[in-house]
Design a protein around this ligand. Structure first.
Ligand SMILES: *Cc1c(COP(=O)(O)O)cnc(C)c1O
Length: 228
């Protein structure tokens, strides 16, 4: 217990967290919404105030970075649920399966197969989402909308517990129609959705998002990422 700090309600991260939770509560109507607090690029000291305030669902986009922060934080705080929200390479599948409780970025058969194999080896199967390239952007990760049904079939055959569809809509277009398209596709398959970030999570919640992935509105501005 000596490690666990008291809640500091005036810490900017705690203020941000409370504000995001309040806006979600106002936007969600009667459906359930889970806030994934995206802590990528922020170190353990920056994350602790959110943990001390009772938040336990976090998202990271890189396996290596997550591995350097979360095992220690898990020794300090119970109940942490960690989502991988960035692209996964087959050679990192074992590490990802050992560390993450949910992998949101399953977007091709090769990675689904690698996760299934890794789960067998590690003896632990994370929950999964299939990432959809809803705006059909050539450079973007995600399965094409029209190929989603086939990938879902493959995931089921491999034993992956797929709970929903995840997307990142095009940055230069209004997100609303893309959120609606993802929700419609998810409904066809009886699945939930992960959509909405700091700039548009309220809109995503209005459109029925089950998970929203919010980083900078909680933790503050990130240093710009390298374009790679
Ligand atoms: C970084 C990131 C987010 C959070 O972005 P913010 O704009 O800081 O809220 C959400 N989803 C994915 C996939 C990300 O990589």
């Amino acid at each position: 217990m000596t490690h666990v700090a008291a809640i500091d309600e005036h810490h900017p991260t705690v203020v941000g967290l409370r504000e995001v939770l309040a806006k979600i509560a106002a936007a969600r109507g009667s459906h359930e919404v889970e806030l994934v607090a995206v802590s990528k690029t922020f170190d353990a000291d920056a994350i602790r105030p959110a943990l001390a305030a009772g938040h336990c669902v976090f998202g990271e986009n890189r396996v290596q970075e997550a591995k350097s922060k979360w095992p220690a934080l898990r020794e300090e705080y119970g109940g942490i649920v960690l989502h991988l929200i960035g692209p996964l390479q087959s050679n990192k599948a074992k590490e990802a399966v050992a560390l993450f409780d949910m992998i949101e970025s399953v977007d091709r058969e090769k990675i689904a197969t690698a996760i299934a194999k890794a789960a067998d080896t590690v003896g632990r199967m994370p929950r999964c989402l299939v990432q959809v390239n809803i705006g059909r952007e050539p450079q973007k990760a995600g399965v094409a909308p029209e190929e989603t049904a086939a990938l879902l079939d493959r995931c089921r055959a491999l034993g992956l517990p797929v709970e929903g569809l995840m997307t990142i809509p095009p940055v230069d277009e209004p997100p609303g129609p893309h959120f609606a398209a993802l929700k419609a596709l998810a409904d066809e398959h009886g699945l939930k959705t992960s959509m909405g970030m700091s700039g548009d999570y309220e809109e995503a919640v209005h459109q029925g998002a089950h998970w929203v992935r919010v980083g900078s509105a909680i933790f503050g501005k990130r240093p710009p990422l390298d374009p790679a």
